[in-house]
Design a binder for this molecule. Structure first.
Ligand code: CTP
Length: 269
């Protein structure tokens, strides 16, 4: 009896070890290893602890740069938790946001790559908050774009996470930011009353024009000194943003149109 149970125990251990070994060997390709059925493969995959990643941000006047950041962050792990920075923290570190906390929450929650949202997150990752992220929220990594994020005292907002070896970076999307959108709005106002042409062209130099720049400046986008988004909607890029699913055979397909300028909580609803 003892012999049988120890044999089956060893046998079981060998099967598990083989499965784990095979799993580790081919996990990257996402296919079942040779000799392993799809059912067992799925079971092993299910048992693997999901990699949880945290990204924080202000997400003021949410734009495609933010969505691209969330998409990339989600691709780093299996579950993405987003900390939406509180109004008070934004005021203290950057100046007042245009969209308040509850609207920013609606926007972030609506993004398909976001699994969980934490409201009133701090602007900087402190030792205490990092501990909470690891112990309470079971985070594996903290993620931010590759732009420097400095606090008013000049220190790095992610220094603690970097020191702990739990920080990962994604590529920031060029040519779009909340500050840039505010600049574009100022340009719209100026265009309606162009009495101060010096200030107008100075604003144009600072902010991307947003609409039809390539037609207005002959396509270079640089003659007027404005910055133009390099976010090209190539077919590869569109696939990255899609969920790779088409409508089912009996699906009801609805159409809605609109300008969707400065996409906001009302649009989401
Ligand atoms: N982000 C990005 N590309 C952009 C803008 C933001 O990848 N064009 C990323 C940031 O690096 C950050 C997250 O989106 O990881 C949230 O950004 P947010 O806190 O809203 O602030 P900013 O980086 O200042 O964005 P903005 O300049 O638009 O205010």
């Amino acid at each position: 009896m003892n012999k049988i149970s120890s044999t089956s125990l060893i046998g079981g251990a060998v099967v598990v070890a083989m499965a784990v070994g095979l799993y580790l060997g081919v996990a990257k390709r996402g296919l079942p290893p040779e000799g392993l059925g799809m059912g067992l493969w799925r079971k092993i995959k299910r048992k693997k602890k999901p990699l949880r990643v945290y990204m924080d941000g202000c997400f003021d006047m949410m734009h495609y740069g933010h969505c691209n950041a969330l998409r990339q962050a989600r691709a780093v792990g299996d579950q993405l938790v987003v900390g939406v920075v509180s109004d008070a923290e934004i005021i203290a570190n950057k100046g007042p946001p245009v969209t308040p906390m509850h609207e920013r929450m609606i926007m972030v929650k609506a993004v398909k790559w976001v699994d969980e949202v934490i409201s009133d997150a701090p602007y900087a990752i402190t030792e205490d908050f990092m501990k909470k992220l690891f112990d309470e929220y079971k985070m594996d990594y903290i993620i931010h774009g590759d732009d420097p994020c400095v606090l008013p005292d000049g220190t790095d907002a992610y220094a603690v996470a970097k020191k702990a070896g739990r920080f990962k970076q994604i590529k920031r999307t060029e040519g779009i930011s909340s500050t840039d959108i505010v600049g574009r709005m100022l340009l719209c106002v100026r265009e309606r009353s162009v009495s101060d042409s010096h200030n107008h062209s100075s604003l144009q130099r600072q902010f991307s024009h947003g609409h039809s720049q390539k037609f207005e400046d002959g396509g270079s986008g640089s003659r007027s000194g404005t910055r133009v988004s390099h976010f090209l909607p190539t077919s590869r890029r569109i696939v990255q943003f899609s969920n790779r699913k088409g409508p089912g055979p009996n699906a009801h397909i609805v159409y809605i149109d609109g300008a969707f300028d400065l996409f906001h909580a009302g649009h989401v609803e």
